[in-house]
Write a protein of this length. Structure first.
Length: 215
């Protein structure tokens, strides 16, 4: 099941998962700063790696799970875990407001693919292309935030998707809300603040994979 495999990979990354047998987990005040403005700066100061499990269960025709990301390290670990789940040529749509941790998650995705280049938000460049480690798919990182016209977003997305598919690359898209057309089968990650009034209170994440063919 998606939830079990991803969470096992995240736990194996060295994150503390609090529960009845682990009261020392991040149930209380967090010891580090969440990624916050990573989308704007591309830089992260990680001081803690707490993560707690909320739920992991199939939803409808596609598998999904939800979790609490205590800080930047947890968000990056989730991205790294997804790097082992996403097949070559997969489309990953990232939903969340500014500062929700979308670029932070892509940094973890790149790390999981063995990409050594610094990963920053392509807000102004619109698209960035990265070569992965041998045997791993390349990464195309697309940010549609500045394209307020749906036609412009659709055109850029179609171009980058065509190239990504030709190269067998993963295509990660921030701000897919700008699209005016249905992108088709995709993986989805939704990030939202656990407490909108406290930017250091962590994030809730929900991951959903495409429905199985014929479902």
């Amino acid at each position: 099941m998606l939830g079990v495999s991803v969470w096992e990979r995240v736990e194996n990354a060295g994150l503390a998962v609090p529960g009845p047998g682990n009261p020392g987990g991040p149930a209380g005040p967090l010891g580090g700063k969440f990624c916050g403005d990573a989308e704007a700066s591309g830089s992260l100061a990680v001081q803690s790696t707490g993560m707690s499990h909320i739920d992991a269960q199939p939803v409808g025709q596609s598998a999904a799970w939800e979790g609490f990301l205590a800080d930047a390290a947890a968000t990056r670990a989730l991205g790294a875990a997804l790097a082992s789940e996403l097949p070559a040529g997969a489309l990953l749509l990232l939903y969340g407001d500014l500062g929700a941790g979308k670029t932070c998650l892509v940094q973890g995705l790149a790390q999981g693919l063995g990409i050594e280049e610094p990963i920053t938000s392509p807000t102004f460049a619109l698209a960035q292309h990265y070569e992965a480690a041998p045997g791993r798919p390349p990464l195309v990182h697309l940010d549609l935030y500045r394209l307020e016209e749906a036609a412009a977003a659709d055109e850029l997305f179609a171009q980058e998707e065509e190239e990504a598919l030709a190269r067998g690359a993963l295509l990660a898209v921030e701000w897919p809300e700008r699209l005016g057309t249905d992108p088709g089968p995709c993986w989805r990650v939704e990030l939202e603040p656990a407490d909108p009034a406290d930017p250091e209170a962590g994030r809730r994440a929900r991951v959903q994979r495409p429905p199985a063919q014929g479902a």
